[in-house]
Design a protein around this ligand. Sequence first.
Ligand code: AHR
Length: 655
Amino acid sequence: MKQKLQIFIFLFLAHYGIAQDKTFVIRAGAPVAVVPSTMYGVFFEDINMGADGGIYAELVKNRSFEFFKPLMGWKVEQNPFREGAVLVLNRKEQNTANPRFLRVAAPGNQQGALSLTNEGFRGMGIKKDLHYDFSFMYATQSSGIKLSVTLLNAKDRVIGSAALAPPATAGQWKKQEIRFIANETEEKARLKISVEGSGTIDLDMISLFPEDTWKGRKGGMRADMVQMLADMKPGFIRFPGGCIVEGFDLSQRYQWKKTIGPIEERQLLINRWNFEFPHRSAPDYFQTFGLGFFEYFQLAADVGAEPLPILNCGMACQFNSAELVPLAELDPYIQDALDLIEFANGPVTSTWGKIRANMGHPEPFHLKMMGVGNENWGPQYLERLQLFQKAIKAKYPGFKIIASSGTDPDGSRFDLLNKGLRALNTDFIDEHYYRPPQWFFSNAKRYDQYPRSGTKVFAGEYASHPAGVAPEKKNNWLAALSVAAFLTGVERNAAVVEMASYAPLFAHTEGWQWSPDLIWVNNLKIFGTPDYYVQKLYALNKGTKVVPLTMNNEVVAGQDSLYASAVLDEPAHEIVIKIVNTLPREQSVRLQLQGVKKIASAAKLIRLQHDDLNGVNSIGNPRNIAPQETVIRLSGKQPQVRLAPYSFNLVRLRY
Ligand code: AHR
């Protein structure tokens, strides 16, 4: 009878969710690993209009007429029409990087007789009372041209304007700029340039930037997007890809040397996400490289992150052309890697260090690591990687090399590389996993059995892909919760996984190709997904040392639908415990802290919680799922912590 009653009480409690005691034993005096400062970083790729049309704040699309269709993004209006009044010229022999420009014959003093209107990247985001910097390169034979520049709102009303009369240049290229103010906020503005007066003018690099760029840098980045990154305090920034490093074929691979120096000399390249997905085709997606390698390094320095460039390893995308550089012709690729280290770190007297200094950064960028290849695989990859590794280590022995493990975290391709790269004693293996939420829950112990010595892991790209979240496969609360659960296993194994980054980072609500993504923007607004907050909470609370956390002598990785890990934050004198409750009901746990004399009676509880696993954030509701912070009272030797349904909890205890 007594036993029956006990079973009844157990079933009743389990079903109705009245808290049962579970005890987490935290051995705070017995750290097992140091948490690397690089532990949680970000991965930036120009995908989803992440760079052009995104963080790179240029508002004019196809500013130098180098898109395949030279006037894509531009509308030429003439009244009356004059044959040959607007010509596209190509000076390829003199200027291979920026061959095209426009030659415009002025129509006389008839207002509105000839204009060029740029549509921006799905419109231009314009803010009331903000200044805008309009600039262009031009050459004339005789003076007399007048330009009237106006910003138009979606209803064609003028919301800002400026007038210019460019002096004659006797055929020499010059730059002219003017700043003007906008008097209305508009998400879908356009830029109209009306040409009047006499003569002929050549135009190139027609540009418009807001004044409120990150750090107020002219021609810089969108401040709200950089701020979201800075707020995460990322340990590193992996850039520039991703598949764009590989290219559809080798001619379309990313070449860092073409992305530095004066912007008008940076040769435009098609963005492979232009045509990769027919269902999300973006024929106007190109790389201007206004955000190039110098700016990536500068960004990393600005937000206190280690730069982590990825270079092409002599292989194009193996899902596309799969072109290979013959081994005998790999030297220029390897030289690019060596030169990049000199560009980042070399003295100002070195060839590449001097170029960096001339760009405004005489101090080194302290580059310590580099990825060779993105998602490359097969024996061909191992052959090429070895040659890079040998040459880089010979010149820079302490420099860290990160190698690819292909596209999947298991299977024969993965096994071949995992074994081969460990045999080569490569510093890091870059693992990628885009998987359903269940994979993340059931892989919370993935790294428990990995070797503690030798090659380390870089979880370079991962995202939980919930099924059936049409049409944008948004990362809902289930996706974020599953990643939060998985990361307890990454944190526990900081001795093995020294770096981790979610992917991709940014997406434009009208220009995306790949989803889910961490942060979404439109031309004016921005929001972080629930995954953003998971990443941010891990990064801001990474602590300094991992300490063991067990329940019934086992790591907590799914028992009672709980996942947990713990670290010490030594400078703050706090123990940080991360707990994920994946049940739709409250649970409570007891904390048994060993190895500390005393803990404070109040603790900080930061909670990310939502009752609906399908819940999402959006432009209209950006903080639907966002962290809430409270103070909880701790009593007794084994204080109890209540865990809300479907919640990620972070407890900071002072010791
Ligand atoms: O993040 C999007 C793509 O996913 C990356 O370019 C590639 O590395 C991965 O397959």
